[in-house]
Write a protein of this length. Structure first.
Length: 743
C-alpha cells in the first residue's frame, strides 16, 4: 500500500540508523508512519510503501519498508520544503526570497544553474554554489538509496555503501556489483549475485568468478574453521557455487585465480600432497603467531629456577599433594617462555594455576589471568580467587573511525610479566594474534586447556597445532583428583573420553539418564525437566539449568526447544514488550546469547558506588532482556557478569534465545545443571568430542535424555573434523629460525 503526503511532525528520530516515527498528512487525514528515512524534515513531501499495523500501546500505525522524496510543485509547497532545514544554509527567510524570485522553476535553478541564486538579495556567489552542491548531494543520496532499495538493501546498508562509493555508487554497482563483496563489510556474495543476476551479468563473468572464489574461502574459514583449502577442493566448491562446469571454465578459473594472486588477496603454495589456496590475511595471522611464539619460547629458555621448596610450601599450606605430572607442569610453566598445560576435568588445572601464581609472585612477577569468554573468565576468578578478565577486556577496546581496535598491541604492550590463558582450546587464530602481539618480548605465556574439547568456533586450530608442533613445553594431566563421593560427572566424562560408556544406573546424585525413543518424547521430557522436575528436585532456580543440544534445527534442535521453553518460562503478557526480528520473538525477561563479536556496543557495569564503562560484547556472552522500548525497539540487556548494554534495533539480530544453546556455543562455560538430548544423526557432528564437551560443562548435575544406543554410537565415534591450518608448519619453521638467531 502506498501513502503520499507531507511530514507534519517528527515524533521520534534516531539519526544513527534512520528509524523515524512521524505524522503524515495526506488528503484530509493524519497517519502515524514508522520506518527508516535516510533524511527527513518537517514539510517534506514523501511517498511511503508499507502496511497498517496495530501497536498494543500506540494503536494503528503505518509501517513502511521503502520511501522516496516527492518534490512539491506548488509555490507554498516549495517554500515549505526549502524552509525545512533540509539544505544547509537555507532557512525560512532565504527560502521565501528564492521562491519569490524563481517561482515554480526554483528546483531547476538550484539543481542546474545554482549561480543564478546570487541574484537573490543576501545570497553571494559562494553561497549560491554551496546551496546548489548541497541540493545535488542530497538528491544523489536519495536516488542512490532508492536504487539500492529495489534490491532489498536496507537503509542502513545503503548509507554504508554510499559512504564508500559516494556519487559513483550507482555506476560502480551497475558495472560490477561483486566489488561490494571485497570492499564493504556486510555485503556477501549471495546479495551481490542477486543484484548482478537481475542486471543480466553473465554467469561466467570474471567479476562473478572472483567474488565466488572469495566467498568460498571466507565461508571455509568462518563456518568450518579452516585457514586454507586444498586447491582441488577449492575449485570444486567454487564450481558448485557458481553452477559452472569446472572443466569447461578451467581457463577462466585459472585467470581469475592468477589475478587474485597478483592482487595479493590470496596466497597459493605447495603443501604435501597438494597445492593449497589461502586468504592472505590468514597467512599473515598464522605466520605472525608462529614467529612470536617461537621468540617468546626462546627468550626465557635459559631460566632454571629450582622451585621444589615453593611447591612443598604450597602443598603444606593448602593441605594437598601434587603428583609427579602436576609438579612437572608447575616447574615447566615457571621456567619456560611458553608452556601448555592440558588435562580433562578434575585433573587439578586450577590448583596448578594457583601454585604457579604463588611462586611467580614470590619472584616479583606481575601476572594477568585471561580467558576467551566472560563466563570462562568469571569461572576462573571464582576458582582462583583472583581477578580474571576476558582477552578482549585485557587488551581493551578503543574506537578509531567506525571500528573498535585493541589498545594494547606491539607498540603498547600489556603491563605483565606473566600472562596465563585458560580455556585456550576456544581461542581462534585472530584472537591469538591480537593477544600475542601485545606481549612484551620477555613475557612468560602459560596456556591452559583441554585438548579433547571442541576446537574454536572461529578460524584456526591453535591448541592442536601448538601440541603437534612439538616445540612448546607441554604437560599432560591424566589423573583425576576432583571427584566427590557418590558423584559421577568427572569419572563419566573421562570414561566417555576414553571411548567407554558412562555409568548410567541413576544411583549417583549428579548423573542421570532418561530413556526415551521418539524425538517428540525426548523434547517433551527435556522441557518438563527444565521447567518443573529439576527445579523441584534440586530446589534450584531455573536460570541455573542449561539445555545443550547438538543441532540447531529439528525437533530436538535449539530453535524448537527455545520456542517451547520461552512459551513456558517467559510467556507473552500485556505487561511485557516484545519485538520480532526475522523469525525470532524477543520478549522482556528472555534469556539471550550474543552470537558474534561486536566491539562497538557500549556497556556500563555498576557495583554500589563504583561504575565501569567500556565497549565490546562477545560471542557466547549470556544475559537477560531487561527492557524493550516500544517505539524504537531499543533493547537493554543485563549480562550475567553485571554489564548493562543498550542494543539499537539494528543490532538485535546478533542475539539468540539461550534457554537452549548448541554444545559448540557452551565451550568455556560452566552451568549448575546441564540437560542434553541424545539423538541420532550424522557422525560428522554427533561424535565423542561433542558429548564429552557437553558433559564437562556441568558443575552439579548432568541429565541425558534419549536412547542408549545413540549415546553408545556417539562415544564410539572418535571422528573429529580435520581442520586445514598452517600454524603447526609455520611454528616448526619459525622455531628453526629462532634457533639460528639465539644460537
Amino acid at each position: 500500500m502506498i501513502l503520499e503526503g507531507i511530514i507534519e511532525e517528527i515524533i521520534y528520530r534516531n539519526d544513527s540508523n534512520g528509524y523515524t516515527v512521524a505524522m503524515l498528512s495526506h488528503g484530509n487525514e493524519y497517519t502515524t508512519i514508522v520506518g527508516k528515512f535516510l533524511t527527513v524534515n518537517i514539510g517534506e513531501n514523501v511517498r511511503v510503501n508499507g502496511k497498517f499495523v496495530t501497536n498494543s500501546k500506540y494503536g494503528e500505525q503505518f509501517c513502511f519498508e521503502t520511501s522516496e522524496t516527492i518534490y512539491p510543485s506548488s509555490i507554498e509547497g516549495i517554500k515549505k520544503y526549502l524552509s525545512s532545514g533540509l539544505i544547509k544554509g537555507v532557512g525560512p527567510v532565504t527560502a521565501n526570497a528564492i521562491v519569490d524570485t524563481f517561482k515554480e522553476n526554483t528546483f531547476d535553478i538550484i539543481e542546474y544553474t545554482p549561480e543564478k541564486l546570487s541574484l537573490v538579495k543576501g545570497i553571494s556567489e559562494k553561497k549560491a554554489q554551496a546551496i546548489g552542491e548541497a541540493f545535488n548531494d542530497l538528491k544523489k543520496i536519495q536516488n542512490t538509496v532508492m536504487f539500492l532499495q529495489n534490491y532489498n538493501i536496507s537503509t542502513n546498508m545503503a548509507l554504508k555503501i554510499y559512504s564508500t562509493y559516494q556519487d559513483k555508487t550507482i555506476s560502480y554497482i551497475k558495472e560490477n556489483p561483486y566489488r561490494m563483496v571485497e570492499e564493504i563489510d556486510g555485503i556477501g556474495f549471495l546479495t551481490a549475485d542477486k543484484i548482478a543476476r537481475s542486471m543480466g551479468l553473465k554467469l561466467d563473468s570474471a567479476f562473478r568468478i572472483r567474488a565466488g572464489m572469495l566467498h568460498v574461502l571466507n565461508e571455509n574459514s568462518e563456518k568450518s574453521g579452516n585457514t586454507y583449502m586444498p586447491q582441488n577442493m577449492f575449485i570444486e566448491n567454487v564450481s558448485n557455487l557458481l553452477g559452472l562446469n569446472k572443466e569447461d571454465n578451467d581457463t577462466k578459473f585459472k585467470d581469475v585465480l592468477d589475478n587474485l594472486l597478483l592482487d595479493k588477496v590470496i596466497i597459493s603454495f605447495y603443501k604435501h600432497p597438494y597445492n593449497i589456496v589461502m586468504l592472505t590475511k590468514y597467512y599473515f595471522l598464522e605466520t605472525s603467531v608462529a614467529q612470536k611464539l617461537a621468540l617468546l619460547n626462546m627468550s626465557s629458555r635459559s631460566s632454571n629456577l629450582n622451585v621444589e621448596d615453593e611447591i612443598s610450601q604450597f602443598e603444606k599450606i593448602n593441605k594437598i599433594e601434587f603428583d609427579s605430572d602436576q609438579k612437572r607442569a608447575i616447574i615447566n610453566s615457571v621456567n619456560c617462555g611458553v608452556s601448555l598445560i592440558t588435562g580433562g576435568p578434575g585433573t587439578g588445572k586450577t590448583t596448578i594455576i594457583k601454585c604457579i601464581m604463588t611462586i611467580l609472585r614470590q619472584h616479583q612477577n606481575k601476572i594477568m589471568l585471561l580467558a576467551p569468554t566472560g563466563r570462562a573468565a568469571k569461572r576462573l576468578s571464582e576458582s582462583t580467587n583472583e581477578q580474571a578478565k576476558t582477552i578482549h577486556r585485557g587488551l581493551e577496546v578503543d574506537f578509531r573511525g567506525d571500528k573498535g581496535v585493541f589498545v594494547h598491541n606491539e607498540t603498547n604492550p600489556l603491563d605483565a610479566d606473566v600472562v596465563i590463558v585458560d580455556e585456550v582450546s576456544m581461542v581462534d587464530i585472530l584472537l591469538m594474534n591480537s593477544l600475542i602481539k601485545a606481549l612484551n618480548r620477555d613475557c612468560k605465556l602459560i596456556l591452559v586447556g583441554d585438548k579433547d574439547q571442541l576446537p574454536s568456533v572461529g578460524a584456526g586450530n591453535v591448541l592442536d597445532d601448538i601440541l603437534k608442533s612439538g616445540i612448546i613445553s607441554v604437560s599432560y594431566l591424566t589423573k583425576i583428583f576432583r571427584q566427590s563421593e557418590n558423584s559421577l560427572i568427572v569419572s563419566n566424562a573421562h570414561l566417555i573420553n576414553d571411548g567407554k560408556m558412562p555409568v548410567l544406573d541413576n544411583s549417583s546424585s549428579d548423573f542421570f539418564f532418561d530413556q526415551k525413543t521418539e524425538l517428540q518424547d525426548i523434547k517433551n521430557t527435556i522441557v518438563e525437566m527444565v521447567t518443573k522436575r529439576i527445579p523441584k528436585f534440586k530446589n534450584l532456580d531455573v536460570s541455573k539449568i542449561q539445555v545443550l543440544a547438538p543441532l540447531k534445527a529439528g525437533i530436538c534442535g535449539i530453535e524448537s526447544l527455545n520456542q517451547n521453553l520461552q512459551n513456558i518460562l517467559n510467556p507473552p503478557s500485556v505487561m511485557k514488550v516484545e519485538i520480532i526480528i526475522g523469525s525470532s520473538v524477543f520478549r522482556e525477561g528472555d534469556k539471550v546469547m550474543q552470537m558474534s563479536n561486536n566491539y562497538d556496543l557500549r556497556w556500563i557495569k555498576k557495583d554500589g558506588y563504583y561504575s565501569e564503562e567500556g565497549a565490546g560484547v562477545f560471542n557466547g556472552d549470556i544475559g537477560y532482556i531487561h527492557k524493550i522500548d516500544r517505539n524504537t525497539g531499543e533493547t537493554i540487556i543485563w549480562f550475567e557478569d553485571g554489564r548493562e548494554c543498550v542494543y539499537p534495533r539494528t543490532e538485535i539480530h546478533q542475539l539468540s534465545l539461550a534457554y537452549a544453546i548448541t554444545i559448540h556455543k557452551s565451550q568455556g562455560s560452566e552451568f549448575d545443571v546441564v540437560v542434553i538430548p541424545i539423538i541420532s544423526g550424522t557422525g560428522l557432528i554427533l561424535n565423542r568430542n561433542l558429548i564429552y564437551t557437553a558433559v564437562t560443562r556441568a558443575k552439579k548435575m548432568v541429565v541425558l535424555v534419549g536412547e542408549k544406543s545413540n549415546l553408545k554410537r556417539m562415544i564410539s565415534n572418535a571422528y573429529t573434523v580435520q581442520r586445514f591450518t598452517m600454524l603447526k608448519d609455520f611454528l616448526i619453521n619459525a622455531n628453526e629460525k629462532a634457533k639460528e638467531l639465539f644460537g
